[in-house]
Design a protein around this ligand. Structure first.
Ligand code: GLN
Length: 313
């Protein structure tokens, strides 16, 4: 056995119970009207270890809007398509700014700081779209997630996509601003359409933890035995998740949890314990930086209990 404590299910159940009792739940995102309908009391947690054992608790099978967590998978796909040339379009430094900030683009010729802020993810989506129809590009992203999670039932929540499309003025501004610098190749409305739809993919904690397994195991998904990406690329994606995965809350997440992680405004977080486990947590209430409030606290408890921080026990 590779170091996974047998009591993993007990630890996960205990954490879910502790989270259920907490009165502080953060604020559900409201700027995408459809997300405001999420239940602030919901909480789910799923951990899949190296052997494929699943420890799960709470609302671990309820699909939620993965939002920016989709950016991990679009980054993986875009790197697969164009390799390291991607880094000419997008940087890999923490931004120190909110996820939807525009100021940095002006200073840096329209090149977004990293692939996980909105501007960076829109630039990555544009790369995936090139040479395809929007429908095909979106199909590729969705099928990639279904394949990684080994679950063809994963789908796009069309009402969330439509809600964001109607109200996504800030993202539209980011995209047009980048377009003015020549950073986007495709018609802005096509790129945004694909971006809004991949953010609106709905997954449960169990499905998401399954989809992240390749990042915990040197690029190989133990569920299929297939090498999804090289070990080097997996290591590097994890590095970007650690430094940029929680926007201007990334330092705090590294300090408290100590794992590469990616959050979304739907309240989900995917966290990777390299060599050990893929972890997904969901609680819709957010903190001031737009990251799941209880999700982060639950992950902090988990890594502390199990000694899973990459910085030492
Ligand atoms: N779709 C959301 C947006 O573009 C994603 C943001 C997030 O999850 N942080 O605003």
């Amino acid at each position: 056995m590779s170091g996974t404590p047998p009591e993993l299910q007990d630890v996960v159940a205990e954490i879910a119970e502790a989270m259920r009792r907490r009165p502080d739940r953060g604020e559900v995102a409201t700027y995408i009207p459809e997300l405001a309908r999420a239940d602030p009391e919901a909480f789910g947690l799923a951990v899949i270890d190296a052997e494929g054992r699943v420890a799960a608790a709470g609302d671990c099978d309820t699909p939620f809007s993965i939002q920016s967590i989709s950016k991990v998978f679009t980054l993986t796909l875009a790197l697969g398509m164009v390799g390291d040339r991607l880094w000419r379009r997008v940087g890999r430094e923490p931004s120190g700014s909110p996820f939807n900030s525009i100021v940095q683009l002006e200073r840096e010729c329209g090149i977004p700081r990293n692939p996980f802020i909105n501007a960076g993810a829109i630039a990555v989506t544009d790369v995936i779209l090139s040479g395809h129809q929007p429908r095909e590009a979106l199909g590729d992203i969705l099928r990639f997630l279904q394949f990684l999670a080994q679950d063809p039932a994963i789908a796009i929540d069309e009402s969330v996509a439509a809600s964001e499309q109607r109200t996504g003025f800030r993202n539209s501004a980011l995209a047009h601003y980048m377009k003015s610098f020549g950073v986007l190749d495709n018609p802005v409305e096509y790129t945004l359409g694909v971006y809004f739809h991949h953010c609106a993919i709905a997954m449960s904690c169990r499905q998401l933890a399954g989809a992240g397994r390749f990042l915990a195991h040197s690029g190989r998904n133990p569920a299929t035995g297939l090498q999804v990406i090289s070990a080097e690329r997996a290591r590097r994606i994890n590095a970007v998740m650690l430094t940029c995965g929680h926007y201007d809350g990334s330092g705090e997440f590294a300090y408290r949890v100590g794992l590469p992680g990616k959050s979304g405004v739907g309240g989900g977080i995917l966290a990777i314990a390299p060599g050990k486990a893929s972890i997904a947590v969901w609680s819709p209430g957010l903190d001031a930086a737009g990251n799941s409030h209880l999700g982060r606290i639950a992950l902090e408890m988990l890594t502390k209990r199990l000694g899973w921080s990459i910085f030492g026990a």
